[in-house]
Structure formats: C-alpha cells, structure tokens
Design a protein around this ligand. Structure first.
Ligand code: GTQ
Ligand code: FE2
Length: 335
C-alpha cells in the first residue's frame, strides 16, 4: 500500500531524514539584505543613564547594555552585526568589575569620561577618549574606575562566532598565576621589537592603542581603493591583526569627499570618533556625529562623506575571519 505524500514526509521526519529537494536552504541565494542600524548618542545616552540608576549587585558588577541587531530574534540572540557583538559598558566612580577570562576576544573603545583602567593579565591600561584596549581570548581582565565622573565605553566581542562554533568558555577569577606580560614601552620604538616576548604570538603583546597614535598614523596613510585613508591596529610582532577574529581599524574622511561605494561580505560596527557626516548604506542614507555607532551589514554598498571638517571613524569587523577562511569579498564601484 502506497503511503500518502504527507505520511512519507512524517516518517522521514520521525527518522531524522529530510528531502533536500524541499529544503528552504537548498541552492538559496541571498534573499534579503540586512539594513543598517544607528544608535545615535543623543538618543542612547539618556538610556545609558538609566543603567547607572540600577542598584542590584548584578547590574553594578556589569553595567552593560548590548546593542541588538534589529534582526535579533530574542534577548538571547545576542549579536549586533553578523559575527560582531557590541555593547555600551558604563562604570560609576569607585566601581570595579571582577577579574575573569573567556575564550571570546573582546575590545574596549573609550567614548566618555576619564579615569577608568582595564587590567589585562594584570597590566594596567588607562582609558582616554578614542583609546583602544584589547582583552584577547583567555586574557584575564578586570575594570576599575578611579575618576570622579561616569565613564562609558564601547565593548566589542566575537561572541556570535563562539556561540556558533560551540567554543564559548568563561572562567571567573582570581587570576592565578598572573601571566608574564610585556611593558608597552618595549614596542614604543618604531620598527624595533624585543627578541624575547612573553605571551601568545597570535595576538598583540600590546593591549593599549592610544588615540593619538592612530591619529598620527592616519595622517600618512595612503587611500584604500574606495578613497578612504585607513589604519589597521596590528600585532607588532607579525603585522597581522591585533587580535584573532576581530579586525580593528580607523578611517579618516577628508571633508566634503564622498568615498566610492564599497561592498563586502564582512560585517562592520562603526563608531564615530570625531566629526560629522553622512553615509549611504544600501538604500538607507543617514547623518552621524561623534559617539554615534552604526552597522554596515554584509552585502550592502556603503559610502561615507565627512561634512564641515574631517572625520574619524573606528571600525570593528569580522573581515579577518572571512579572509582567513578564504571567503572574504570586497569590491569598489568606479563611478
Ligand atoms: O567587560 O569583561 O560587554 O566579559 C561582555 C562580556 C563585557 C567585560 C561585555 C564581558 C565584558
Ligand atoms: Fe570579559
């Protein structure tokens, strides 16, 4: 007796079998492009203020507001853009965050206030506006705020990728034993590095990249194919990205010049550091200014213009993951 088509499918289903010819994923081309989202500082800062008012020990230990993609399906679906998760972390004067470590790579990019310090494997990394501080995977880290006004910084992590790979591991402190670290001064002489370096070689022995160093390097950086001058934060021992799995760069836009549209399959989170301007991402056009954060989701044509003066934008992406897997694409439209 022949079973009905429905019965056959239900028998396959019970046996954990599925017909490829009916798969919604088979030979699927991209069927939708994710839109950009912008967290404007003037709208977001009052909402961050509400996090400062929280008094529970859980909140005080970790005042972090995650930035969820408009595509995120639930609170547990924690990502901002592709493989990149961004958040605002804030500390009140006198607050600390306990030492811990995890396989996830993380970075901090300072947005407001002064006097906060992140200790990375016990090394003190002071944080001032525009500074980048790395906490690479399995590096111990803790935060401390000795200033007299609140601080807010941008956290960026490769959490989504670790969730997908099943490699997320978290370990609470105390830090025992303290790993050997290199003083940043050991790398402060251009083009000279110590012959012996402590720590893993797949991530930078330097954890703190001061803003003024990025600004100086940008001044002499030649333009990328889209016309934007960029610097990349690198591991001084290898010239490769500063951290595995999170690519970090800063771009400088010359006033009034619109970059050529660029498209990539990498996902970007962009924080405006200085200046005003506007961007076209896919069919969206929006203005931005300092401390705004926006996404450039993969497969969108994107171009940027600084208005009324030069602008600098900090960029974190998953481009290095794709590059190392040999699947990164980047193209520029010559108009
Ligand atoms: O500051 O160590 O946004 O462990 C998420 C996880 C920040 C941190 C986040 C973290 C941290
Ligand atoms: Fe952490």
């Amino acid at each position: 007796m022949a079973s009905s088509s429905e019965e056959i499918r239900s028998r396959w289903h019970e046996a954990k079998l599925a017909p490829l010819w009916e798969s919604p994923n088979a030979h699927k081309q991209l069927d939708h492009i994710v839109h950009s989202h912008i967290w404007r500082w003037e709208d977001t800062r009052p909402l961050i203020e509400l996090a400062f008012n929280e008094t529970s020990p859980e909140a005080v230990q970790r005042r972090v507001l995650q930035m969820l993609s408009p595509q995120s399906a639930s609170l547990a679906d924690e990502y901002t853009c592709g493989n990149v998760l961004a958040a605002f972390q804030c500390l009140l004067p006198g607050e600390t965050a306990r030492p811990h470590r995890h396989t996830m790579n993380a970075l901090r990019f300072m947005l407001e206030g002064a006097g906060a310090v992140t200790l990375v494997d016990g090394k003190e990394c002071p944080m001032a506006y525009g500074d980048l501080v790395l906490t690479p995977g399995m590096a111990w880290h803790e935060h401390r705020h000795d200033g007299d006004a609140p601080v807010v910084w941008l956290d960026v992590l490769d959490v989504p990728l670790h969730m997908y790979l099943g490699t997320a591991v978290f370990q609470p402190g105390p830090m025992e034993p303290k790993p050997e670290t290199m003083p940043d001064a050991a790398f402060a002489s251009p083009n000279i590095a110590p012959a012996v370096t402590y720590g893993a070689l797949d991530r930078s022995p330097v954890f703190r990249y001061p803003y003024e160093d990025a600004v100086r390097a940008l001044r002499h950086a030649p333009p990328s194919p889209d016309g934007i001058r960029r610097i990349r934060y690198v591991n001084p021992l290898t010239g490769q990205g500063a951290m595995p799995l999170l690519d970090t760069s800063m771009m400088e836009l010359d006033a009034g010049v619109t970059s050529k549209p660029m498209m990539t399959n990498a996902n970007l989170v962009v924080a405006v550091v200085e200046g005003h301007g506007e961007s076209q991402v896919g069919d969206q056009r929006f203005t931005w200014k300092a401390r705004d954060v926006f996404t450039v989701p993969q497969h969108n044509w994107a171009s940027h213009t600084a208005v009324g003066g030069d602008a600098r934008l900090f960029v974190v992406s998953d481009a290095d993951v794709l590059r190392r897997l040999n699947v990164l694409t980047e193209s520029v439209k010559d108009e």
